[in-house]
Design a protein. Sequence first.
Lengths: 414, 750
Amino acid sequence: MSGVAVQRRHRIQLPQPKKIGPSQNPVVHLDPFLLLIPPVIAIFGVIMVYSSSKSRLTSQGVDPQFYLKRQAIFLVVGVILMVVMTLVDYRVLRDRPALLYGIVLLGLGLVLTPLGAQKRGIQAWYEIGSFQLQPSEFAKLGLVLVLAAYCHEHKGHLDAWRLGVTFVLAATPIFILYLQPDLGTSIVLTVMVFFLLLVAGASPKHLFVIALLGISSFFVIVKADLLADYQVARLTTFVDQGQPKDAQAKSAAYNLEQSKIAIGAGGIDGVGYGNGSQTNLSLVPEQHTDFIFTAVAEQFGFRGGAVLLGLYTVLCFRLWRAARVAADLFGALICVGVMAMIAFQVFQNVGMTMGIMPITGIPLPWMSYGGSSVIVSFASIGIVVNIASRRFAQAGGTTRAPGPSRQPRGSPAR
Amino acid sequence: MVGLVVLALFGALLARLWFLTVAGHETYVAQAQQNGVRVAFTQPQRGIIWDRDGKPLVRNTTTFRATVSRGITAEQRHQVLVRLSDVIGVPKSDLERRMNSADNSPLLAAPVWDEVPETAVTYIAEHAEEFPGVEVAPFSTRVYPYGSAAAHVLGYVGSMNDKEYETRGAGDEPDYQLGDDIGKDGVESFYDAELRGSHGVESLRVDAAGRVLDTLGSQPAVPGNNLELTIDLDLQRFAEQTLADGLALQRLQPVLDRKTDEPLGHNFLAPAGAVVVMDVDTGAILATASNPTYQPEAFIGGIPADVYQQLNDKATYFPLLNRVTQGLYAPGSTFKAVTAFAISDAGVLAYPWEEILDDKGFRKFGLEGQQTTYRNFESIPGGQVQLARALQISNDVYFYDMAWRIVQLPKDLNDTVVLDDMAIQQTARRLGFDEPTGIDLAGERGGRVPDREWLEQVNKKDPVAFPYNIWLGGYTITLSVGQGDLLATPLQLATAYAAIGNGGFKVTPHVVHRIVSPQNTVVREIAPAPVDVGLDPEIRDIVMRGLSDAVMTDDGTGFKAFEGFDLGRLPIAGKTGTAETCTACEPQNTAVFTALVPANDPKYVVTVFIEKGDTGGSTAAPIAREIIEFLYCTGGAAAIRQPDPLGLDQQVTIGCPPLVAVPAAAPPGSDIPAFEEIEPGSTNAGVIPVDGTGALVPGLPPPASNAPGTGVTTPDSTASPRRRRSRGRRPSRDAQTRRADEPCAAGCGP
């Protein structure tokens, strides 16, 4: 499929060699920030995964570099995937939204069958050799692509009916995620979809209704005991920090308490790489995955944490810029979706470690240990780089090109 | 707009990061430093308890105890228990029962098994990740090498429950930590502060999983002090066995009708009994048995609720109850010796106290027309009786008459007593009734001596059970023979008789001889000073004569039980008691016998109580006799018993081996036959040296030349004096301690 797209691109580009204006060669327009920041964060992530897991692994008598090695593999695979996604014209992705959506649903659905593996009561993984594949991570990107393609197809004219369709498109995978149960990822998806629709041109009135529906259904879910005890405990711990009521709440409060101690103990400069009692005594649970930020803050202090947050901020602004300059609505919406995904995950994850967001199992992009998250994050960036680099490329590229480029309603330009 | 949102979000994160890392830095650093530190208390070794010869009655052994944290989920706990049951090799239900034992602290990790085999300990340590929340730590438990021997003296040990924890200052005292074992009965409880030692404190650096990384500082645990008891293990075990056999034997006897002597078709119940052997001069207790008894071992590692219930149940006659200090009985005729002193104190009997009464078997008291008849036991007429004779044949009417005289002591016009019509009560209290004797065992009871105030009090409190509040003369009359509302523990009776035996000193009974530090230095000697209660020495002589005659003359009430006993060489004074627990019901009585040996200068008091037995002379006295034989016989024949109590019919009275007589001059002025000084081998307190005239000289070590007199001597005089004594005088101790079911082979006795 991609081979066909490449051929067509050449056919389109060749007749206009003398066109005045920016070069149509996408390589010229590669965004160095978008290309360099994720690998830098990911390398830092590998280093931090090692420091936060080695003492625990040592005391268990396992190879202390176990997570280090695996995360390094994920990094390499992720970078390769990013490069691949950068090179292939992103517009091939908008051709088969139904197929893509089918894959997303199938991946999410099959994991609930005995094909999927269970870990700590959550059915969210496929065991592939010694690796686990987490389809919900891929679903994030998949849903962004599907919704972007749908909005693109309707040129951003999202009336109530179409908004309803997008709502169903988004709600189905979110519901499957809730069954796993993976509360964190479903929240990420919800926020992402919301942003995407906002930018795609949905009327604020309709979005307000959807938001209202979402919030009220959330309360119904909590009140009607549809959430597991630990999920409620995590949410309420965030509300009443310091006064745990039962065992579940105690465990959630313990996580938060240890996390805050680790961050606070870092001070301005941190205690230095490889030091830190909270890290070395394995006092922060899940430190190499969801609570990796505590290792950064304890060892590198406020400065380290601020630099990392700064990197994410720059990255988000470059993603936003890519959305604004994208050649078509499809590309713009992908950029918005990816930005929302990254920004919300960072805010939720880092906020959770500092007690300003509830505890949910959302990874910090490129930092947290976990292959699926790293690979999907790299792939997403690859697509965005691709979009940004092809901003001067001729529209079209597929048979279903939406005609002359026009600014969609609610586009970032406004 | 969206850019602003992103900026705001990241700005919030940065602000929060600043707040935590810079503003809150000091707080969190302090918490972080504390975080990985855990203060662990190490259990001290509990003190060992020896008998008077240094045989360990209780010692410690170290086992591995597995605990499961209460912080893990139910599912995890289930998995952990399944794996533990696999590794330890016991059913999961056993682990669960241990885990749910009632005296586990709800705040600490729950113990699941107390004896984890070492292979399992290693396995669990190597596979820690398979056992989340499981901790296996060495743990010291009690071992009872002699099973139930002296169970009521030792008491038992168990986890401190919440109530006990609160009474101990709720942890203000660092030596009492939640989950600690504490003594719960007997000396384990009474001397808990001595036995327990103090906790060691270790400050450890641990990781989140509780794995110890290093030790920051430690203070070792200080082991508890050891106790050396006054109990003689061999005598103790013999007394327990004899009591058990005596009860078994009594249960084979049919109950006869009071009047017709026809069998009523069932046997005596004889469910329980008590024995105490005490040194009359010091109050040191050599043996004390209470039956039914229990295995203190059952309490190790938490006793299951149903087992505990069984030990505390009416149907099993409360095996946990120490009847010696907690059993309340009417002492019956044994109380007459107390009344004897009272009638002299009240002045109702005049010097020389030899007034003779003519007893026809009953006597009527009271005003003309509303008289009450008081009868002798089974209405047997006593004939011409004076005080000593009344004790000898246990004549009731004599004491009724004396009590009636006390009742009739002059009163003033307002019916207010001006003279001591409560003389018996006062004398009883002087001799230690109505209040705990102060023995160093937990839970002693004080009994009851009824008097006017008491009656008014209970009438006010419970008018249904006690409808009258006027003290009637009849109450004094029944009190004079140890019946009515009088209640005493066997130990109180023994203490009263000890005072009679030693010439008027009330001793404080005690079971601990001394407290010895782990370094083997004596911390404290338990030697409570006897209190002079002022017994009239002339009445005392008469009482002693009466008590001697009761055993040593053929019409004495205790004579039959001592038939064949060489009373010529070991004179014995004693008093039988047969307390009717109710007048209307069938004749199953509290059978009591208390003896003072030797009669001419009592050294020991031996008191036996049997519930629902026959008479004191027939049920209790034979048991006392066997114990006295064991106490004084140098041979071991008496200790060897046939396994089946049913086969004991003809063997109940095992004669003392012949003693080697040494001519000794009779103490001047004594009509008690002289006897050779037989030294009770089981006790160093029983050393009775003889001076040149043969008189007794207490408090001096025995001259070596005295040893041949006992007919046995051993060459191992290099051993410590105490050891030498105990071995020298009891050469066949080994034979005696042989298991009871071992038949007496040739040579097991001398």
